[in-house]
Design a protein. Sequence first.
Length: 61
Amino acid sequence: MKVLILSSQTVEEVNDSYGARLIEQGKAVIPPKAEKKAEEKPAENPAEEASAEAPAKGKRK
């Protein structure tokens, strides 16, 4: 797992469990480049996203 160590602003490759612990403690974050890859990935089922965002039908009293 790659993490960005906040105190030194360096990216390091660490064991997954150790990286998760650093993130929980607020000492590290996932590097921005790794997050962008997840955001750029196209949706597998665009129809499901559209239905989830559609407004609810009918009125509640």
